[in-house]
Design a protein around this ligand. Structure first.
Ligand code: SAM
Ligand code: SF4
Length: 329
């Protein structure tokens, strides 16, 4: 699937639920209204969706949410998707998780051909972790990470950099990842959804973080691309990689090869734009997948050249009134 700007769209991120056992401050409100079940695609429908994308050329699939591992019977979907790995049409099946349930699922995921997981972890301090996630249990997450590693999954840690919240821990996290052989990615907080928690106050430019880290660590730019928007450096002291995702201060759109599917079957061609295509209707109307596939192909022709994230500093309004748990981050 080639978009109008010549980019080969080969990476699909799929949100399998908008629900989560955490309520991270930058992602959700405390009292979220979740979607009615009828609007959410069934696991069978998600499997059909993913398979259609794979038929059309998607080679990398990332399962996300909400928290993907709280979706009931989620392993059924992984088991079905793993058949595309076996046939060779799919090159990578992976997921992004908060790791709270990873201890239960790590071995099963490995059996399904998953080799890498991204784990979101913003603090190594149990009390701070509880505060950021509004109730998350750090010990449970650590158990999930240890089990994943023992099961043979390569772990990458995603940390959202939050001013005055965890900025003092970035250094500690980098050491911790280095000791365990984990790559790490720092994410700038994005202006999405509810801004009442003071998202503007939480904004910490990663250019500043990098400058601070360079006082202690030897960071060398790498050409390495993970197929995502992160720019990577090599950390001299640990040999690990550190990524920076800076949607607000840099433009990473020129190499964007991804689209995102929500758990209700809306396809977003760009994380930073409102335009989306309804794929649920053609999916439900036509069991042959012909209508679905032509809707996908048509949507790809609408993939924009780039995003336009801006935090409106005067009005403190988010550009997009959409939560990350809807589009899956
Ligand atoms: N629940 C899983 C998790 O936390 O890894 C998967 C879904 S979560 C929405 C995916 C990623 O989006 C996480 O790494 C999370 O930190 C990130 N995220 C959520 N809201 C964000 C925001 N406003 N700005 C930047 N990153 C955000
Ligand atoms: Fe849940 Fe992930 Fe959002 Fe945190 S970032 S509330 S773990 S979906």
């Amino acid at each position: 699937m080639i978009d109008p700007f010549g980019r080969d769209v080969s990476y699909l991120r799929v949100s399998v639920t908008d629900r989560c056992d955490f309520r991270c401050q930058y992602c959700m409100t405390e009292d979220m209204d979740f979607l009615p079940k009828a609007e959410v695609l069934s696991l069978e429908e998600l499997n059909r969706m993913c398979s259609a994308f794979i038929d059309l050329g998607v080679e990398k699939l990332r399962i996300t949410g909400g928290e993907p591992l709280v979706r009931r019977n989620i392993m059924w979907l992984f088991e079905h998707l793993s058949q595309h790995l076996e046939s060779g049409t799919l090159k990578e099946l992976t997921l992004t998780t908060n790791a709270s349930q990873l201890a239960r699922f790590a071995t099963g995921l490995h059996t399904c051909g998953v080799r890498r997981v991204n784990v979101s972890l913003d603090s190594l301090n149990p009390r701070k972790f509880d505060r950021i996630t509004r109730g998350g249990d750090l010990e449970q997450v650590m158990e999930g990470i240890t089990t994943a590693q023992a099961a043979g999954l390569q772990v990458k840690i995603n940390m959202v950099a939050l001013k005055d919240v965890n900025e003092d821990e970035i250094d500690v996290m980098l050491s911790w990842c280095g000791e365990r052989g984990f790559d790490m990615t720092l994410i700038e907080v994005m202006p999405m959804g509810d801004m009442t928690g003071g998202r503007l106050e939480q904004y910490l430019p990663l250019s500043l973080v990098r400058a601070r880290l360079e006082e202690r660590w030897t960071l060398t730019d790498l050409d390495y691309k993970s197929g995502g928007p992160a720019r990577y450096v090599k950390v001299g002291e640990s040999g690990g990689r550190l990524g920076f995702i800076t949607p607000l201060t840099h433009n990473f759109c020129e190499s964007c090869n991804r689209v995102r599917l929500t758990c209700t079957g809306q396809l977003y061609m760009c994380l930073g734009r409102e335009d989306s295509a309804n794929l649920r209707t053609p999916l439900r109307q036509d069991s042959s997948d012909a209508a679905l596939k032509s809707a996908i192909t048509a949507a790809i022709t609408r993939k924009p050249e780039g995003h336009d994230f801006v935090i409106d500093r005067r009005n403190q309004e988010p550009v997009l009134d959409r939560h990350m748990s809807v589009t899956g981050g």
